[in-house]
Structure formats: structure tokens, C-alpha cells
Design a protein around this ligand. Structure first.
Ligand code: URA
Length: 433
């Protein structure tokens, strides 16, 4: 078997055999297959797709490219969570400490930013000192000791996905259902949780633009989960506009910490309460969703959820003085307002355009080896349905150069559609599958 024939097969739209898929995944993980060969195959998969059997084989080959954890010795009721990606998506940073503080152990492996969507790992790394790449032993130990560990994709767990993920980001091969499903499910299977809740984002700032595609992706991931004895639940969420009010790494950490202290935007609150209450249910801590929501609010109000976040930051080497005093996060040197061109109501705020602007500011990567600037990003002050006055600041751009600031101001202005008539606020939770 050789990689050129495998690429040729997929280029012609043929189904790959299990052996061919394993040959590619193992060869690429070991460095025997080059980045350019892997890129060619990934692009062919993007263009020609895969049948369910190929996607399952790809998922399992990627999951077993490294260690597959068994967390049953820590707790049987671990619930893992993953998002298919979004703009301003800081939900993991808020939700997981809440859940851990209520008593559901959290062992979560996250990714870097991908395309225009941000990554939890990049956000965590904007906390000075926070180490995301700890080894598996320490990961498990942390979960045992404090009930939570938030790490990056270690080279021990699903290493094939780590390599393919970075390659896809740099070669415009992200928005492919087979590649997204196998990427997410391989990591989740390798991480060892039996219960998995997936935030399947849908809209202009997500990889799935339509509900139809989001449903296809959800059903596929549930199918893969079932075949590997995992209980998978999917919630479709609206990603037409950014989540919350900040986009960019340290800006989002600041928003997350404030949320953990109870200062949450309405959309973030709805996502947190919905996901959190279903996670408690999956963990066997209560079937009544409304009661679970009340329990989550209580956990936030008591300060215990915030304390749990401080605990995990400390455990993983982060400097908690930044969390205790958010003003310590270094600010970008150029902060410019985006002024509303007219009075009226926000009819649309394109997550895609805001996401693009934030990547160009340096909050995401253009190439896989690019460094992120944790300070830069965008604060949106007005979202869909909000009333605005002419010349009012509707957003702020945080940039590391005046040129980038000016470009981003124009882009963010274009991301807004402002109309004369009142506009209803959109729902955030679209469907539960
Ligand atoms: N999140 C992942 O982990 N992988 C993808 O492909 C998309 C989102």
C-alpha cells in the first residue's frame, strides 16, 4: 500500500478501505507521510466526501492513534462537552467549572482556534502561566484531586487529530462534515467519557451554516458514539452572531470570569443553563431540567463556580492574580470604537465577518505555526435586536497596530446591519437532539 494510490482513490471519489484509512492515519501520525501528501488527501476528502463507514473507520483510527483513556476508575458519571466551533465561544470556560463545582467530574481536552472560530486552548493560554499540555497522569490526577482538568490535545491522546486539525486550519479544509465528525468524536472517544454533550453551532459564524447540515452532523456523531458505547446528546445553537460580547483570547477570559461571578449576557446564560442542566441529567444528578437550572444559578451566586475556576487555573500553573484582578490582563495598545452609521435597530451582526476581523487582528492563525496575540480582538456592545443611536459606539476593536485597528473597524462596521424597524432578539437554543 502507498499513500499516492490512496490519494488517487479519493481524488477519483472512491471509497477508501479501513486498511487504507489506517495506513494514512498511522503513517501521518508517525511522520512517515508528509504534510503535503496529507493535505492532498484531506482536500480530496473535503471535495468528495466519505460514506458513514469510512467516517467511522477514520474516527476510530484517529481515536486509537494514541492512548484511549478509561476514566471509570475516577468516576463513572463524567460528562464531556465539545463545541463544533464558534465566534466568541467561551462556553467551556464558564460551564465546566460550574459543573465540576456541583460534583460532575470534568476531564476536558480542548482544541486551538480553527478557521474563524476561537479555541479554548488559546484562551486558557492567555492566562499567564497556565499549562495546557500536561501529561495524562497529571490530567487524571487533577481530575481526582479537584474534580476538573482543562487541557490541550496532548500528543498522547488522538495525536492524529492534532496534526490533521492544524493542517485543515491552514489549508481551508475545515468545513467538511466527515472531517469535523471524526475530529470531534476521535478526541471524545480517546478522552474516555461515556457521556458526551455536543454544541452543534449553526449559522454564518459556524462550519454548519444551515440547520439541515447541523442535523446531519449531529446524527452522524450520535451514530459514531452509539457504535463505541458512548451516550451522545447534541444541542443546536445559533451562531449567526458572536456568543456573548467579546471575541479574542484574553478578552474572552475576562468575560468568562465575569460570567462565573454572575455577570452574564442573556445568550451566554441561556446556553450555560441549557447545557448545564442536561449535563447534570446525564450525570444522574437530577432529571428535572428547570430544577437543574435553578441549581446552576445557585452555584454561581454562591461563588463556588468561580472558586472552582480559580482552583483549576492554580492547579495548572496559572497566575490567579490575573483572575482575581482582571485589570492585570495586558490591554492591546490601540483600542478604537466602531460608530453606528445611523440610528435604528441591529438586524444582523455577522459572526463570520467579526470572526474574520478577529483572525486578521491576530486572535487566530492564518498559518498553523502563527503565534496568537492574546490581547487583540473585538468587544461588541450591540447585538441583534438592540437599539442604537447614530454615532454611538457599537463595538470596540483591540489591535496591536493602528493600521490593523483601522481595517478591523471597517470590517466590524460592515458586519452590522442596522434598520429602522424594531427587531426581535434571536433564540440561541435551536434544537435538542
Ligand atoms: N472542533 C473540533 O475539535 N474539530 C473540528 O473539526 C471542528 C471543531
Amino acid at each position: 500500500m502507498n499513500i499516492k494510490d490512496i490519494i488517487e482513490n479519493k481524488k477519483r471519489g472512491n471509497e477508501l478501505t479501513k486498511e487504507e484509512i489506517e495506513f494514512f492515519v498511522n503513517g501521518y501520525t508517525k511522520g512517515e507521510i508528509t504534510d503535503y501528501q496529507a493535505s492532498a488527501l484531506i482536500m480530496a476528502i473535503c471535495l468528495n466526501g466519505m460514506v458513514i463507514r469510512e467516517i467511522s473507520d477514520l474516527t476510530m483510527a484517529m481515536a486509537y492513534s494514541g492512548e484511549v483513556l478509561d476514566l471509570s476508575d475516577i468516576a463513572p458519571n463524567i460528562v464531556d462537552k465539545h463545541s463544533t466551533g464558534g465566534v466568541g465561544d467561551k462556553i467551556t470556560l464558564i460551564l465546566m467549572p460550574i459543573i465540576a463545582s456541583i460534583g460532575v467530574p470534568v476531564a476536558k481536552m480542548s482544541g486551538r482556534g480553527l478557521g474563524i472560530t476561537g479555541g479554548t486552548v488559546d484562551k486558557l493560554q492567555s492566562i499567564p502561566g497556565y499549562v495546557t499540555d500536561i501529561d495524562i497522569k497529571e490530567f487524571k490526577q487533577n481530575v481526582k484531586e479537584i474534580g476538573i482538568s482543562l487541557i490541550s490535545q496532548s500528543m498522547d491522546l488522538a495525536p492524529a487529530d492534532k496534526k490533521i486539525y492544524a493542517l485543515r486550519d491552514a489549508t481551508a479544509c475545515v468545513d467538511s462534515i466527515p472531517l469535523i465528525a471524526s475530529s470531534i468524536m476521535s478526541k471524545k472517544i480517546a478522552s474516555g467519557a461515556k457521556n458526551i454533550i455536543l454544541d452543534v453551532t449553526c449559522g454564518k459564524g459556524a462550519f454548519m451554516e444551515t440547520k439541515k447540515d447541523a442535523r446531519v452532523l449531529s446524527k452522524l456523531m450520535k451514530y459514531i458514539g452509539k457504535n463505541s458505547d458512548r451516550n451522545v446528546m447534541c444541542i443546536l445553537t445559533n451562531m449567526n452572531e458572536p456568543v456573548g460580547y467579546s471575541v479574542g483570547n484574553s478578552l474572552e477570559v475576562v468575560e468568562a470570569v465575569k460570567a462565573l461571578k454572575g455577570d452574564m449576557s442573556e445568550d451566554v446564560k441561556e446556553i450555560i443553563l441549557t447545557f448545564g442542566s442536561y449535563m447534570l441529567k446525564m450525570a444522574g444528578l437530577g432529571d428535572n431540567i428547570e430544577e437543574n437550572k435553578a441549581r446552576i444559578m445557585k452555584e454561581i451566586e454562591s461563588g463556588k463556580a468561580y472558586d472552582k475556576f480559580v482552583e483549576v487555573v492554580k492547579k495548572q500553573g496559572g497566575d490567579i492574580s490575573y483572575i482575581e484582578n482582571l485589570d492585570k490582563f495586558e490591554k492591546a495598545p490601540y483600542i478604537m470604537p466602531v460608530l453606528s452609521p445611523k440610528a435604528g435597530y441591529v438586524a444582523d451582526l455577522s459572526a463570520e465577518l467579526v470572526g474574520r476581523a478577529s483572525v486578521e487582528l491576530g486572535a487566530g492563525r492564518q498559518r498553523k505555526e502563527d503565534e496568537i496575540d492574546p490581547r487583540v480582538g473585538i468587544i461588541v456592545c450591540k447585538k441583534t435586536g438592540d437599539k442604537v443611536e447614530k454615532e454611538e459606539a457599537i463595538a470596540y476593536v483591540h489591535a496591536n497596530s493602528p493600521e490593523k485597528a483601522e481595517e478591523a473597524v471597517l470590517k466590524v462596521k460592515n458586519a452590522y446591519t442596522i434598520v429602522d424597524k424594531k427587531v426581535k432578539k434571536p433564540s440561541v437554543i435551536l434544537e435538542i437532539l
